[in-house]
Design a protein. Structure first.
Length: 279
């Protein structure tokens, strides 16, 4: 799906809240949403993308929202060449839920995965849940992904985050359609030891669709969604078992990414620019 945008006609305005600024590459800028209108614009973008690609529900106003949005920071990517206000320029978004904002509530992912056990094993570490990631189809480029991660890295530095985690999705409600990709994650990228996480028994779908020796590694990598490939490159591992999200028509896996395990070359790559915005 392509959403039409106005032609570039005016220079970008700097964000009203400099503290929200998290990164910039070319005409694209990453920052936190600072107004209710910007958050609603991000929710509208989420609905447009999710309803087209995952048959996800939304409200009558075309908004994807839930009770966690009020607890989250909303990372937005703006195309500063688009005419209008910044609410018109949002082309990508990521929802960021730091542990200190929970106020006694469980993380969003806890309904499907046993996040509590992970937190107990790492008491004292600061966790950040990543979710609701989406980018308009015309902007799904290496540059946009790099800027999203530059922004997330700057946010982690500002907030002293130790561990990132969250759900990532395969399209559709039939796990067997993703058998090789899920088996690849199970055999070659499963979180183990203190970082292991399991899907809850009542919703769990086993990912062990085939033995490790039957997996065509190149084919499995091609079958992975771009977001999951990106997590793998950073050094992420994945929980035991998947879950079917019937509302979003997706098969979800849990990503676990301790900051200390991020590949050194990516820390160097993203950090060089992100450190400018981490103060």
């Amino acid at each position: 799906m392509t959403i039409a945008r106005a032609a570039p006609s005016q220079p970008a305005r700097p964000p009203a809240e400099p503290a929200a600024f998290l990164g910039e590459i070319g005409k694209l800028r990453a920052r936190l949403a600072t107004t209710g209108d910007e958050i609603r614009a991000a929710q509208r973008l989420r609905h447009a993308v999710f309803s087209a690609e995952f048959a996800a529900p939304g409200d009558e106003d075309g908004i994807d929202a839930d009770g966690y949005d009020a607890l989250c920071d909303h990372l937005i990517v703006l195309d500063t060449a688009i005419a209008g206000t910044d609410t018109d320029r949002i082309i990508g978004t990521y929802r960021l839920l730091p542990q200190q904002n929970l106020a006694g509530r469980p993380f969003y992912s806890d309904s499907a995965f046993d996040i509590g056990a992970l937190l107990e094993r790492h008491d004292g570490r600061r966790f950040l849940e990543l979710g609701r990631s989406c980018v308009l189809p015309d902007y799904r480029s290496k540059r946009t992904i790099e800027l999203l991660w530059q922004g997330i890295w700057a946010y982690c530095r500002r907030n002293a985050i130790d561990v990132m985690f969250g759900c990532a999705s395969f399209a559709g409600r039939v796990p067997a359609r993703h058998a090789m990709a899920l088996a690849f994650l199970h055999h070659h990228a499963r979180a183990t030891g203190d970082w292991s996480v399991t899907a809850r028994a009542e919703t769990r779908v086993d990912m062990d669709f085939m033995p490790a020796e039957a997996i065509d590694l190149k084919a499995a990598m091609r079958a992975l969604p771009p977001l999951i490939k990106g997590y793998l490159r950073l050094g992420a591992t994945f929980g035991e078992g998947a879950v079917i999200d019937h509302a979003f028509a997706s098969v979800d896996v849990l990503v676990v990414l301790p900051v200390e395990q991020i590949s050194a070359r990516y820390v160097s790559y993203y950090g060089a620019d992100a450190d400018r915005f981490a103060a």
